[in-house]
Design a protein around this ligand. Sequence first.
Ligand code: SF4
Length: 592
Amino acid sequence: MKIVIANCVGIDSDGHTIIPYPSRWTTSARNHKDAFTYYPKDLGYLSTLLKRDTGHDVKLVDACLERYDKETYAKVITSEKPDWLIMESSTRTITDDLWVARKVKEVCGAKIMMTGQHPSAFAQETLKNCDVVIRGEFLAPALKFFKNGVGQTGVVIEFDKSSLIDVKDLPYPEDEDVSRFDYALKGDPICQYKEIQLYTSRGCPYRCIYCVASHTYYGGPDWRPRSEDDVVEEMRQLFQKYPDCEGIFFDDEIHNADIKRIKRLCKAIIAAGLNDKKYNAMCAYHTFDHEALTLMKEAGYYLVRVGIETASDEVARGLWLKGKHRPAKLRAFLEMAKEIGIEVYGTFTMGGPGSNEVEDRKTIWLMKELIEENYISDCQVSICVPQPGAPFFDIVSQSGDISGRSWSDYDGGTTGVVDYPGYSAKRIKEIRDEAMTAYDEARYIRDRVRFKSNWADEVSKITKEPHGILLFRSSRDWHLALVLNAIKESWPMARVSMLCHENHTAVYSKDFPWLDLIVYRSDGFINIDSLNDDALSKMKSMSADVAFIPSNIYHCRGYSNVTEVAQKSGATRLFFINSAGVIIPVDDLYGK
Ligand code: SF4
């Protein structure tokens, strides 16, 4: 029997590029076909489980890796002639995913199994569109379903905590039908190296009110660590198979739930001689101690990602952060990490339960201070979205505060769907925008010294003095300000033009009156499909001898869309300028 296992659609019906964060949330980007994507963790495990333990012909396909829209995806899946299609779906993509499933069923008669966040939250409703729904973590139930024949159809397989997979039974996830290294090359913007995603544990001992993973997949607190030896063996095999792989992103729900285990893992990495690679990990700050961070540094960890979420005790209570919210412990951890030399990436959220303008502004001030004082190297500021399946959704649904109109509004992070009395979704979005302005200010203040110092060395890479310089509004404002100032200082006589989104031209013409602005009339990421003809003609007519593509991402990957525009502009030499002021020839990343 042929079974196709499929991730959600890669491009939705509105043309948005979909970025699923497996078991957490799904977000999207406009006009950004080269956006990164994460390895589909549980689908990858299911693929190797079914291949190992059943006699079926199994294939994993990922529309997010290939950037398929729903029509193309349905054709690709249908061409495999599956008897069964298994999909993992979230609220953000459920409408398009079910379209694909129905199309596949219509064309080749395949039966459909739906899993994931949205099917778990609305199981009976989803069942109307498919043959089987599995609620919660689906590895063990799906294996049971397809082992020794096929299980019963027309049913919802309910979540059963005793059916969570034993991590000792897990093979390494799929690496043949899709390459795990391809996801490293896609370049999660926070990773600074080419890092494969690897999972050393399953579950999480906490139950934050907004969390899909804890509530929907694992049925509440649960944490299943793999043995250190098994983790190190998987790492060794990956580094052997992919010599260009520079490190690992430990994308656990929480890597350091047991700090003693982290110390053992670090010692095992060092003993295996793998401490010459680079590692970063999803962590919680409150379990760290000095010894653990020191060992991590020795083992090759350069960055830890921690949820700070809020500066407000009131919001922390509303978010059910409980033991995760410890302001004194946060300060102590940040001091230790700074002293030891491990970078910290922090996550913050706005508009959660218990929030209002006053409380969320406390979080903005904290974020700004931590960036300016270099306690965190970077951060994410999201809007707290009540995802179906998490208690936050049930609470705001019952109180009638929800204002999301369609499932595609449940984008992870930037769309407000809750109207509290006195704190509307619109106002939450404005406060989040305020946070991003504060972020830009803080990054400018903190990063200018490093940027200027690197630029002084890097500028010699532009061997012939440019007379016409073209650049693109392809980075955040703090970074563009540093780039523009550096260019003006280095080549004061050059004519400098920037392709700039229409709604930002007023600010740039005020702050940089010497800059010639070419208006880009679309929104989202700059790309050739949306480029207006007059902008292209203007770029060509300036005959730039150098084009710079500013990237606030360290590794500059994921910029092929704007690179295509730069290549069409007629500029003779193309370079990225990264967040640290390093100049990278475009050919080094995208070839000639
Ligand atoms: S720490 Fe909170 S948000 Fe993170 S996985 Fe655990 S419950 Fe979810």
